[in-house]
Ligand binder design. Structure first.
Ligand SMILES: Nc1ncnc2c1ncn2[C@@H]1O[C@H](COP(=O)(O)OP(=O)(O)OP(=O)(O)O)[C@@H](O)[C@H]1O
Length: 281
């Protein structure tokens, strides 16, 4: 990370999740039959971490590498170079038990809850599924009741299907599902960008509350600096596959040093100006 680094964490504390010098290269399709396959560097020497119980934001324009880094952080893709660590251990060197523990402990919430929840399953079945998939031996009914309370929903949702809910309620259900295996880290990839503006703050407040009340670590990914600034205490800015700046949200707004950060600040101000003009504020 750049000079403006973390305010968090004593230097000897171990991050719960960390990417160290991570590169991710994709081979692109051949342009001609005998042509070379070009490579695209989606991540270049990325250092990113979250301390236990910390809420960290990852922000950047479209194509900057946020989703690629998410796939690396959750262990879905092995980086072409560098190390991906969970509690100080290289995720790709873990044995079977360690790998299961990692899969349980790091859960993801995606942008669109309508595509992350199976439309043919009741909410109850969807919620219990991660316990089965990860072989977690707990009383499913008790756990379901507990997580529904944590996300502010009642047990009446259990017999319903996804199409019976609004986007905001459905995102709460997707968050409940992510909480089922008792994760230590939740990685939320654009969790509010598909929601009405009026609902966005409710979902962000829920994520903030979960960090405060459960001691969860949150990695919040968004293209909108104001979304991550509202929810997290430290923000990393990505551009063209690199982390170009890291700092407290207020400092990034006041004194952006990287061009990409300046562009994100400007776009927030432009949106606000537009809202003022349209008398929505
Ligand atoms: N599987 C893949 N094969 C080839 N190129 C890829 C692949 N996945 C991502 N890329 C490329 O890597 C770069 C980073 O993409 P990525 O989706 O991580 O960015 P992003 O910041 O998440 O963008 P967005 O906000 O639009 O989702 C882009 O140029 C993208 O086209």
């Amino acid at each position: 990370m750049t000079a403006r680094t973390a305010d968090t964490a004593a230097t000897d504390a171990v991050p719960i999740i960390a990417a160290r010098g991570v590169c991710q290269e994709y081979k692109l399709a051949r342009k001609s039959l005998f042509g070379q396959r070009e490579r695209l560097a989606a991540l270049q020497d990325v250092d990113f971490h979250a301390m236990p119980g910390e809420a960290v934001g990852l922000v950047g324009e479209s194509g900057s590498g946020k989703s690629t880094l998410t796939r690396v952080l959750v262990g879905r893709e092995r980086p072409t170079a560098g190390v991906m660590e969970y509690e100080g251990r290289d995720v790709w060197s873990l044995d079977g038990a360690g790998r299961r523990q990692f899969r349980r402990s790091v859960q993801v919430v995606l942008q669109n809850p309508r595509s992350s929840l199976d439309p043919r399953m009741t909410v109850g079945v969807s919620l219990v599924q991660p316990l089965r998939a990860l072989h977690i031996d707990v009383d499913p009914k008790a756990r379901v009741r507990e997580v529904l309370e944590q996300v502010g929903l009642g047990v009446d949702v259990l017999s319903k299907y996804p199409h019976e809910f609004s986007g905001g309620q459905l995102q709460r259900i997707a968050i409940a599902r992510a909480l089922m295996p008792h994760p230590k880290v939740v990685i939320a990839d654009e969790p509010v960008s598909a929601l009405d503006v009026s609902i966005q703050a409710q979902v962000l407040n829920l994520l903030k509350d979960l960090v405060a009340e459960l001691g969860l670590t949150l990695v919040l990914i968004a293209h909108d600096l104001s979304v991550v600034a509202y929810t997290t205490s430290r923000v990393a800015v990505m551009s063209a596959g690199r982390i170009v700046e890291t700092g407290r949200p207020a400092d990034l707004f006041r004194h952006p040093t990287a061009e990409a950060t300046q562009a994100l600040v400007d776009s927030v101000l432009t949106v606000e100006k537009g809202l003022e003009g349209s008398a929505l504020l």
